[in-house]
Design a protein around this ligand. Sequence first.
Ligand code: HEM
Length: 416
Amino acid sequence: MPKPLSPETGRAALRALFKEKSPLGPLKVMAKHVGYFFQIPIPGFRPYVVFGPEAVRKVLVTEREKVLWRNTDPVTDLLHRGVLVVDGEEHDQYRKLMEPPLHPARLADYTQMMIAQTDRVTSQWQEGKTVDMLIESRKIALLIIMQALFGKDVWDDLPKIWDPILKAIKYISPGGWIIWRKIPRPGFRKPLKELDDYLFRIIEERKRGEKGRNDLLQHLIDAGLTDKVIRDQMLTMMIAGHDTSTALLAWVFALLGQHPETHVQVNLEVDTMEKSPLLDHVIKESLRLYPPIHIGNRRIAQEMDFNGNKVPKDERLFYSIYLTHRDPEIWENAEEFCPERFAHGRKTPPMSYIPFGGGPRACIGAAFGQTEARVVMTHLLKTFTFKFTNHPIHPHMGATLEPRPGVIMKIEKRNS
Ligand code: HEM
């Protein structure tokens, strides 16, 4: 059993909750006071939490057959048989179908499209006005993922699908259902149905129309999956493939805004070099400090043991990416923004830097997501100046870890 929390730890956790305006504060307190294995003490919600390379390797690699991805959460209700939430052979079948269009060798094919979609979003910006880079990044990421994977240009449809997509994300975000699984959730049925209808129309259009495409949608259709299962994979990829990139882009802007010296230096490199190493390091450091997916959620299929601490069958287990990335035993100045730490290759142990998870079920879109961040950031920084309006930002635990209330920046077009 994990050590019970002392009253002092409980009080420190509460203080951290108010100070950091996020449950990440109490998580850090519990990690510090209790260690690499603890249980969250909320009535009705008592998941076990592990972090650090040793535990992460167990969950992701050496004892992965003891855990299931499929939980009884809204994400499973929404994605049904999506590759993210199924286990075993069914998972492997879908994953194999979806890997080719995301293979690193294909990424160069997407670069020009990523730039063009970014330009469409910025074409609506007004000189000298402010934009919220959390919202703008979502538009860019959505246009890119839909075009890359399903050959669908959603620009004209954005006003129609925007709310249903935000509703789908809200549906799977932490909320009252965590404690009371059957809590009434009004207001979701209609928008989620609209989103389904939209995806089914894309499938139907493709089946009736153009043949010979080589994108993810075509791979799914050619494999003979039912429309229902194709919809499950599409919705999975649409959400997993854009909500994460949205958070990453927005955090990179937030961190550049909060660190003007680095911002100036990145701009200089972007202007004068073909590829900016510093931008790469900023993206990596952003993924360390604010990993868009900050925990992995599992159900225990067979009892697990972490240094004598048992997690019984059927319990919920989180492996914390956030805590692993901020472990002071591993990372020097763990809480500090320090992109230079990645300048000479990472020196921390394997499984200590896991923004894309690890093992056979590591993120299928890791290479795509990193290329996208680099291409979009480089293009935006070359085209506009971004002046941060210096407002407070805190990490919000939605479906991903987002900078809230947003990242408000004043923009001006650059001359060259
Ligand atoms: C910055 C961008 C991204 C980040 C930080 C990220 C992070 C992650 C993480 C941490 C996992 C593993 C979660 C776990 O172990 O529980 C994961 C899995 C996954 N990601 Fe990503 N992701 C990103 C982009 C993408 C993109 C662009 C796509 C699709 C094109 C995608 C699709 C998926 C899918 C389908 C899985 C499940 C894989 C499986 O179970 O086999 N992600 N992602």
